[in-house]
Ligand binder design. Structure first.
Ligand code: NAI
Length: 329
């Protein structure tokens, strides 16, 4: 079985190559180019392609893949909001993903962002390096005895809720499907969560229902001085409304690992380029905003699990076994 890996970074190649000897019959070709209309035709002669969160798997790309005879899309990630599922299914193309590879990796990053945004550790480090030992601009707030509001209590939201609990916070949550086994937190309505939380962390998927969940109206319901963290998907927040809220001094701090504009730039070094848009720069112009570039998943444990599950998915397809991680429309 031949698989073409799109958008490969050195760490993808390292973790997949390490495990490949345990999967006889599977051959991988790694290429740096990401998948889009012009590169989809490179899949000619391959049984499957493998792509990541930043891939364009829209209608026209799926059509090209079908023309090349590709029968399987292996997502080496959990999310699949970038795939035109009905078109893929129309052509009988299977889609397999990695549903959970290390929820703790993302949750720990969410807390790291919350702490960095709150305590300005990114600025403190630079100040110390410049022999500036003054504390002005670095004051934060305690998390202890504050209220954390978790939106989406799936695998990552639960891990974040446990971390917040460990910090001595009261944890409240909103989910369409409350999980009764999480007895250390209290499920509340979205409005109550917005009203009462000192720290709000987003962990629900991006769907038609959740797009722009954080907007002018929901921001107005939040406490003044709230800390907002998004490690889920950029589209959950209406960025213009967030910027207006930051200007109104609504937020004590904001930590973003994902943002609406990211697809074109994510995982690329753009430092020598003139960017066509400036939303990210506007966000970063505020002293209380901290951003990272979709790196919540980026730990040794998570990359090992991603490689293992992706190769298990490929093996199951190759051997005609049950496809446990199939995505349906
Ligand atoms: P999951 O599927 O285990 O949990 C999602 C939860 O959201 C479920 O409990 C579901 O009931 C809930 N939900 C769905 N619609 C909702 C709504 N309208 N309102 C409130 N809750 C709703 O997913 P998991 O593994 O916890 O991942 C969460 C998200 O994290 C993913 O969708 C993905 O976007 C993001 N992610 C980010 C990564 C990063 O590197 N920053 C890495 C992996 C995932």
């Amino acid at each position: 079985m031949k698989i073409l890996f799109y958008g490969t970074k050195n760490y993808d190649e390292e973790f997949f190559t390490k495990l490949l000897p345990s999967y006889p019959g599977i051959e991988i070709k790694f290429i740096e180019a990401n998948i889009h209309e012009e590169t989809a035709a490179l899949a000619k002669g391959y049984d499957a392609i493998c792509a990541f969160v930043n891939a364009d798997l829209g209608t026209s790309v799926i059509e090209v893949l079908h023309q090349q005879g590709v029968g399987l899309i292996l997502m080496r990630c959990a999310g699949y909001n970038n795939i035109d599922l009905p078109t893929a299914h129309k052509y009988g193309i299977k889609i397999l993903r990695v549903p959970g590879y290390s929820p703790e990796a993302v949750a720990e990053h969410a807390m790291a962002l919350a702490l960095t945004a709150n305590r300005h550790t990114h600025k403190a480090y630079i100040k110390c390096r410049e022999n500036n030992f003054a504390l002005n601009g670095l004051m934060g707030v305690n998390f202890y005895q504050k209220t954390a509001g978790i939106i989406g209590t799936g695998k990552i939201g639960q891990a974040m809720a446990k971390i917040c609990r460990g910090f001595g916070m009261k944890v409240i949550a909103f989910d369409l499907f409350p999980n009764k086994s999480l007895d250390f937190l209290e499920y509340v309505s979205l409005d109550q969560l917005l009203r009462e939380s000192d720290l709000i962390s987003l962990h629900c998927p991006l769907t038609d229902d959740t797009r722009h969940l954080i907007n002018e109206e929901s921001i107005a319901k939040m406490k003044d001085g709230v800390i907002l963290v998004n490690t889920s998907r950029g589209g959950l927040i209406k960025t213009e409304d967030l910027i207006a809220g930051i200007r109104d001094h609504k937020f004590f701090a904001v930590g973003l690992d994902v943002y609406e504009e990211e697809t074109d730039f994510v995982y690329e070094d753009m430092s020598e380029r003139i960017l066509p848009t400036s939303t990210i720069q506007r966000l970063l112009s505020f002293p209380n905003v901290t951003m990272t570039s979709h790196q919540g998943f980026f730990t040794v444990e998570a990359l090992t699990n991603i490689a293992e599950t992706t190769l298990d998915n490929a093996k199951a397809y190759m051997n005609g076994e049950e496809l446990k991680n199939e995505v349906f429309s």
